[in-house]
Design a protein around this ligand. Sequence first.
Ligand SMILES: Nc1ncnc2c1ncn2[C@@H]1O[C@H](COP(=O)(O)OP(=O)(O)OP(=O)(O)O)[C@@H](O)[C@H]1O
Length: 586
Amino acid sequence: MEFIKKVIRKIKDGMLQEMYEETKWMYTYAKKYKFQIVFYIFLGVLTTVMGLASSVGSKYLIDAVTGQDSGNIALIALFIVAMGLFSIGINAITTMISARINIKVNNEIQAEVFDKILVADWISMKEFHSGDLLNRLNGDVNTVASSILSWIPSLITRSAQFFGILAIILYYDPTMAVIALGSAPVMLIVSKTLMKKMRDYNKRMRQVSSDVMSFNEESFQNIQSIKAFDLVGLFSKRLRDVQQNYKDVFLDYNKFSVYTSSFMSVVGMFVAYACFGWGVYRLWTGHITFGTMTLFVQLSGQLSSSFKSIVSLVPSAISATTSAGRIMEFFKIKDESELEDDKAKLIQNNTQGKGLSVVLDDVEFSYNENKTVFQHADIVANPGEIVALVGPSGEGKTTMIRLLLGLINTKSGNASIRDINGVSCKISSATRRFFAYVPQGNTIFSGTIAENMRMVKQDATDAEIVEALKAACAYDFVNRLPDGINSKVGERGSGFSEGQAQRLSIARALIRKSPILLLDEATSALDVFTERQVLRNIMNMGYARTCIVTTHRPSVLTMCDKVYKIDSGVVCDIDEKEVNMLIRDF
Ligand SMILES: Nc1ncnc2c1ncn2[C@@H]1O[C@H](COP(=O)(O)OP(=O)(O)OP(=O)(O)O)[C@@H](O)[C@H]1O
């Protein structure tokens, strides 16, 4: 009893508990396919039984040929051939079932992870490098999906094979069965240490492979800077360094795997030889027939190969559970907050086209405990107003925009939107529907211009697209393109100038006709004349809009109704005199 408790304690302890949880998680995806999986296992066991039956058949064939049995030679031979053909047919079916389950589970996990990444808390997701995300989304998901059948179902079929062989040996010669099990104690003693090492190696392998992918991803994104700073040589060398790191871990793991499998093979070989020796002895002393000896020779070979394949499941189980653990990390991240969704819906229904105010009341925010970005922030932006956020670089303007978008949450105080009836709703992901946003930098997707526009308003007509492009002062250059609004845009707006891409981004934001528009340095690449024209158009589109801009440009400030300065953690609105001083300083 004490021994059983000890074993259960060990199973629950650390690594095994983790592997158990990870396996459980993997099989939540397999539930849908339980009938196919049971059928797959059934076919696997059937193949095993047929294999064993044909081995027993060959014993009777030899005994019949050597005259030690009176069986019908032709019938037995036919039986063996039939078993072989059936096995081939069943193998074909199991391969097809496995491919179907594999691809379906792969797609399901990938889609769920993708969705989770999109709704997970923004700051927590920032901890992952995009290369690492890609590696987990592709490599790890693929490993898990392909292991749904190669782990537990294979364990069942291979164990069935192992115990089937053992049962036959036991039937014909119990002593030989004991010899065949000789390797079990050795395996039990070394298994935990080996599994721990294997799991560590697996984690390291995944990490270094993420490092290589992250490096490549970042390099391709910044290829222009790499060339401009003449860093081709440096990056070339860096790639080789990360590759070297990958190679070191890979070869280390490979060495460990080779040693482990050689050790297993030696143990298996001694067991097989011992079985063989015992069989020869029994034949020599006349206790068994030639047919039984042939059966033993076949079975001892099969026994060691089935033992090997059970053992080979260990690394694949470890690799699968390690990958599962890496994917599960995403699901442990909390979702971004969605507060007062009902109120947001009420505001949406009641105030269409009538405008919304943004109100910040004594708001404090910090990314981490050590550094407050701003505190006691009081901001009001009303429909029809352009409100500017200014201040030195790195003081929190973009952070304020993130807060308004509900990507990050206030530490204290209240950030909300308010309709003309005075109904207010706390800002969170639920209020994002009221905002249109033009971020810093180039954020146009690959596709056509029209596809980019319809991304934010799926039913936008060509006329609406043209109207938005005109308001963003983008129609002139779009109209000159041979395919007009159906012209292709490359990755990250490639094929267009920075200022053109900015205007396309603005048009995309305008087409949504959201009551609140956030422009984060969104006109920085435009000439002063175009910039002012764009801002004027934005405010004259025939419906009440609240526009909040972050800017370093005096040309924008002269058009603003209110200016808030963010500096050293303090947010305050500044009067006309200070604005004029700022314009002079700029
Ligand atoms: N994801 C983040 N995690 C931790 N700190 C951050 C993060 N993003 C920004 N910060 C810090 O918050 C502060 C404000 O950054 P923010 O990007 O809001 O400045 P900004 O005023 O928009 O700057 P700029 O005018 O240069 O765009 C900076 O000190 C920055 O280091």
